[in-house]
Design a protein around this ligand. Sequence first.
Ligand code: PMV
Length: 325
Amino acid sequence: MKATATACANLALIKYWGKRDAAQNIPANDSVSVTLDGLTATTTVEFDAALARDEIELNGARTEDARIRRQLDHVRRLAGTTDGARVVTTTTFPVRAGLASSAAGMAALSAAAARAARLRLDDRALSALARLGSGSAARSIHGGFVHWHAGTDHASSFAEPLARADALDLAIAAVVLTETPKPVESTEAMERTQATSPLYPARLAYVEGAIDRLTLALHAGDLPGVGQIAELDALNLHACMMTTDPPLLFWVPETVALLHDVWAHRERTGRTVYFSIDAGANVFLLGSPDEIERALASLPTVARATRVLRSRPGPGVEYPSKHLF
Ligand code: PMV
């Protein structure tokens, strides 16, 4: 059987950083994200006994991606099959542009492969399956605002919806300042942080309260509250990374310039625009749709961006009827 799934990328407002179990991507802390409308990956999967090995295509080019093959193996194991798979994926946003594309890709792959293998997984089981491929993919199964429960084992580590997409009149702009791949992959960066940053235990102690505060702000429709909490969390994460041994500093000069722009803009105009930063140099702006457009038009460092991607809270996994092959 052939199946196709579409999933969006997501931006963590309270970030996942560090693992309790590296093999299964069981995280050290809960996290909360917003699913990013329009930044999607669509994947078609077909299992075929005649295929000796998996055939994988990403945005028109053949690839030998070990992570995709491993994720297909998880699905084969659950379905009790050894069939090879043909996998075709297209994304609506640039991969390897310094934006986390793995969450959308792994969520779409997991959903399409599970359906193609006729597995009947509920949303929890599908989220846990996606997590095995890429931790943050667990959250891309759902739309709107999403809470990933760290859990303690495979079955208890899954994401579920926290608030609907319209809980907040939020716009998100990804301001791409550099498309150079980050110098250290997140898996290694997380390990180094856990092993060496003296600030990391303090982060774990603070995260639970931050998630409670964020949840309250979200349910109250308090955009400035959500923005403040998300901004502080990004800085908290980067403080941990900067204090690893050897240190991890993902920012480029434009990153710092843009943070100052956002603060100056808030100070000068009283406008409620906030930022978040993943494990990279690029900056996400958060605010109401109007405020984001004003900020994009007036913040000096935005003019130096290589591209700006606009988004809103988006939907969870969908299964379009049209296949990619
Ligand atoms: O899922 P990974 O291994 O790409 O790690 C994601 C890490 C952050 O994007 C920095 C935080 C998060 O929660 O998405």
